[in-house]
Design a protein around this ligand. Sequence first.
Ligand SMILES: [Zn+2]
Length: 144
Amino acid sequence: MTLILTLSIINNIMKKLCADCYYVGSEKNKTPGNVVVELFLWAAFFVSFFAILAFGIIPPIVLFILSIGYSLYRLAGGKKVCPNCKHSSMIPTDSLRAKEIIESRGINVGEADYSDSEAPQISKYVRLGWIILVCSVLAIWVLT
Ligand SMILES: [Zn+2]
């Protein structure tokens, strides 16, 4: 988990060049899936968890697997896009193709904008952390 977080931060603050609109900066992470679906699955899990006596152990187990699976899919399946034109055409500034573009267009790489590079990435992990924390606290509270 820590490794993934560190790697994604390193990857995120890396300067990239967009081959389509020549934007220089860091990529943006586009989260796949839908937050409403994710919350609905977790809500359904909690409901089935509290109704364990009525419906048995199978529904909460199935819903838990679905919920954690969907959360991980959203977390891991992030698509890197250019924050300016939304195309997935960002290339590292030290690549040969980027250097050609930078030289021929006279782009100033030093003026890169990193204003919103890290925050969205970290908040994703914080969000999943909260879900798991609330989940565990509720589970412990119910079981004891
Ligand atoms: Zn672009």
